[in-house]
Design a protein around this ligand. Structure first.
Ligand SMILES: Cc1cc2nc3c(=O)[nH]c(=O)nc-3n(C[C@H](O)[C@H](O)[C@H](O)COP(=O)(O)O)c2cc1C
Length: 185
């Protein structure tokens, strides 16, 4: 069974980013059989942040890095901090082997206090995945405070986008055939 690893780059809890990545994970799991794991960096940061290089992280930190490296599908979420992804998320990926995630798939998402920073998905998360040769789905997801209520995604448009991103992920996970439009003779 393929594996999905959700990574929440928020350093704090409760976390809107956590709500978003869980909603995405549920949407994917509703469309295909997939084993799901979550890396909540606010919980496990000491295992990772204790080392500036990979040999310096704890054994548990090493296992988390390997979990991410082996995922068929990554769901990567970050709050926007100072117009960027968080430092703890970047440090996690700084320790990931540069070739380990080649050709894997990812859904990228972020939450922020302002819509002004929604393009962090396009300008930061996608290039980061591009470095690792990870294919991201077309639909990126961004949530503002008003998109959440009672610990869940409340916005109908964000819910629609979650479904769309999940469908795109299932499509690229289950099919390696590039479909081209039929040429009209
Ligand atoms: C230190 C800090 C820096 C932030 N910087 C930004 C920012 O530059 N742009 C923005 O839109 N929101 C910013 N925010 C707001 C968070 O991105 C927003 O509240 C986010 O949804 C929090 O996610 P979380 O609940 O998963 O931690 C910042 C919040 C903090 C605590």
């Amino acid at each position: 069974m393929p594996t999905m690893v959700k990574i929440n780059g928020s350093p704090t809890q409760p976390s809107k980013t956590g709500i978003l990545i869980n909603a995405i994970g549920d949407a994917v799991a509703g469309k295909m059989a997939i084993k799901s794991e979550t890396i909540t960096l606010s919980e496990v940061a000491p295992e990772i942040m204790c080392g500036l290089t990979r040999p310096d992280v704890t054994k548990a930190g090493e296992q988390l890095l390997q979990l991410a490296e082996r995922a068929d599908l990554l769901v990567i979420g970050t709050p926007v901090y100072r117009a960027a992804y968080t430092g703890v998320l970047k440090h996690f990926f700084d320790l990931v082997d540069r070739d380990a995630m080649r050709n894997r798939k990812a859904i990228v998402c972020a939450t922020g206090g302002s819509s002004m920073h929604a393009l962090v998905i396009e300008h930061q998360l996608r290039p980061l995945m591009g470095f690792f040769a990870v294919q991201t789905v077309t639909t990126g997801l961004y949530g503002l405070s008003e998109d959440f209520a009672d610990g869940a995604v409340a916005s109908p448009s964000l819910k629609d986008r979650i479904e769309r991103a999940a469908s795109e992920a299932v499509e690229i996970l289950t099919s390696s055939i590039v479909r081209r439009p039929q040429l009209v003779q």
